[in-house]
Design a binder for this molecule. Structure first.
Ligand code: S3P
Length: 186
């Protein structure tokens, strides 16, 4: 029997992975997993606390464990954290078990979308532009390396982005017969 891959959303902070993922999962009747939330539940602590107590290395270890575990479940829509692609083993697992969608936005768009957000430890300093630009340089090739599909949600709200992405996925299925995990949209 054909088993569909997970739909894995990757991309930088503020790209809308969680809001888009939640909407897509509803459209297609799949379970939604927000990997950051999954890490928090498993740790019994919020991400800033994990960073404060264990450093980024501790967070990355937890992220890798949570990702590996989620990927063993029945197919779902997974919103990963922006840095989940850093670990080569994570990238292998995502490629192997998922259809990977890269949500691509540039640093200006990130700054606008994250202007009122103070929850992300990596953006706690005053030099947001520099940090985001450096992360983008480092991570862009990694997102691209594992992406089955790249989609730019720039200028769109979550509803429009989800609708357009769903349309692209259906096109892709029709043309290539893959990922073929979607029942008819509700
Ligand atoms: C991170 C992104 C965050 C979260 C953590 C680290 C990163 O997730 O995993 O703060 O390294 O880019 P979002 O991409 O959902 O903001």
């Amino acid at each position: 029997m054909y088993t569909a891959p997970h739909l894995v959303l990757v991309g930088p902070m503020g790209a809308g992975k969680s809001s888009l993922g939640r909407r897509l999962s509803q459209t297609y009747g799949l379970t939604f997993v927000d990997l950051d939330r999954e890490i928090e539940i498993r740790a019994g602590a919020e991400i800033p606390t994990i960073f404060a107590c264990e450093g980024e290395a501790g967070f990355r270890r937890r992220e890798a464990e949570a990702l590996a575990d989620v990927l063993t479940r029945t197919p779902c829509v997974i919103a990963t954290g922006g840095g989940a692609v850093l670990d080569p083993h994570n990238r292998d697992l995502m490629r192997q078990h998922g259809f990977v969608v890269y949500l691509q936005i540039d640093v200006d768009e990130q700054l606008a979308r994250l202007a009122n957000d103070h929850s992300r430890p990596l953006l706690a300093g005053t030099d947001r532009v520099d940090v985001l630009a450096k992360l983008a340089d480092e991570r862009r090739p990694l997102y691209a390396e594992i992406a089955d599909l790249t989609f730019s949600p720039t200028g769109m709200g979550a509803a429009e982005a989800a609708e357009r992405l769903a349309g692209l996925l259906v096109d892709r299925e029709h043309r290539q017969g893959f990922p073929r995990y979607f029942p008819d949209p509700i």
